[in-house]
Design a protein around this ligand. Structure first.
Ligand SMILES: C[S@@+](CC[C@H](N)C(=O)[O-])C[C@H]1O[C@@H](n2cnc3c(N)ncnc32)[C@H](O)[C@@H]1O
Length: 321
């Protein structure tokens, strides 16, 4: 056992969490809760109003498959099944919590849709998920991040209680009152939400009618997480893409040729090396909408996929004040 909680700022932030965990453990489950291993997250419940908001933000519905990483007493998956008709599972390395969760799921009448396994989060297959929920230490989030980005399907929603994902900017974030929060003085909770991005990086090409003729349009896109930047070239001109957005595999951007006073609003879906969608063309002369069919002529590598896999000890060192 390494005395990390004395060393890492993140762990210090959670000192209250750990203390609360011991108390909560004493109330919920017989026997003392084991001291946590290096980098493990202690057991603290997400207050029910925060659980409700997290599932709402992720727009969980009956078609969803939700996975809770470190599922505690199972409230996230049980609520997803009971209130939203979703299916899913939770994993926790504490056998007593897993047994408790399965009992609570049965009591709630959702044992066929909400199941709990004694399993390590790092060894859990996440490929079935359409939504992943998390309440883990900040450095554990960062340790999980490469796996989330590499193995979750593009478009999968990830929602985290209290801690972000470092350089991966959230698509949404909020602070809410959490009067029942067992830890912290301000009784507030943060919620962070992401959509796992697809790969939009590389060079794309399509045809567009320009000055009465079909012309080649080229787009070079760079990507870091869901952030995309790039330049369109056509007919000898070059324009930056504006208002670019990548949400899962949905891609949107605007090209504004200010000289010709024409604006192109692109909106489509990436399917491997093709994009299918529409372009809305507006200008002084006319407005119309065309089909947009692009082909990737050169596959790019999103910058975030080149990041070195973090080392837990290094992360904890960085989190020291
Ligand atoms: C802060 S609690 C969150 C519980 C629940 N998800 C909630 O929001 O109410 C974190 C949980 O993760 C579990 N946990 C921590 N590290 C884990 C690991 N490596 N594998 C599986 N479970 C883990 C702990 O036992 C604890 O129950």
């Amino acid at each position: 056992m390494t005395p990390v909680y004395a060393m890492a700022a993140a762990a210090r932030r959670l000192a209250a969490v750990a203390a609360g965990a011991l108390l909560l453990g004493a109330v919920l489950i017989p026997g003392p809760i084991e001291a946590q291993d290096f980098g493990d997250t202690p057991y603290v419940q997400t207050p029910q109003n925060v659980v409700d908001r997290m599932l709402e933000v992720a727009k969980v519905g009956s078609g969803d498959y939700v996975i809770d990483l470190g599922s505690g007493d199972g409230r996230m998956i049980i609520t997803a099944a009971k209130k939203h008709g979703a299916r899913g599972f939770g994993v926790d390395h504490d056998r007593r919590l897993v047994q408790l969760s399965n009992r609570l799921a049965a009591r709630a009448g959702v044992a066929d849709r909400a199941v709990f396994y004694e399993r390590d989060i790092y060894k859990t297959d996440l490929t079935a998920a359409s939504v992943v929920t998390i309440y883990l230490l900040p450095e554990v989030n960062l340790m999980m991040r490469p796996k989330l980005l590499a193995t979750l399907k593009p478009g999968t929603r990830v929602v985290s209680h209290d801690y972000d994902m470092g350089d991966w900017p959230p698509d949404e974030q909020m602070v809410l009152d959490a009067p029942d929060k067992p830890v912290g003085r301000d009784k507030k909770s943060k919620v962070f939400f992401w959509v796992v991005p697809g790969n939009a990086a590389g060079r794309w090409r399509w045809q567009l009618p320009l000055a009465g003729k079909s012309a080649d349009v080229d787009l070079t896109l760079a990507q870091n997480f869901q952030k995309i930047t790039g330049t369109v070239t056509a007919g000898g001109g070059a324009w930056p893409v504006e208002n670019a957005r990548l949400t899962g595999e949905e891609i949107n951007f605007v090209v504004h040729n200010r000289t010709a006073a024409v604006r192109y609003e692109y909106s489509g879906r990436i399917i491997r090396n093709a994009i299918s969608g529409t372009v809305r063309v507006t200008g002084a002369a006319a407005q119309h909408q065309l089909g947009w069919e692009a082909t990737r002529v050169e596959l790019g590598v999103p910058a975030h996929t080149l990041l070195k896999k973090p080392e837990l000890q290094e992360l904890q060192r960085q989190m020291q004040p």
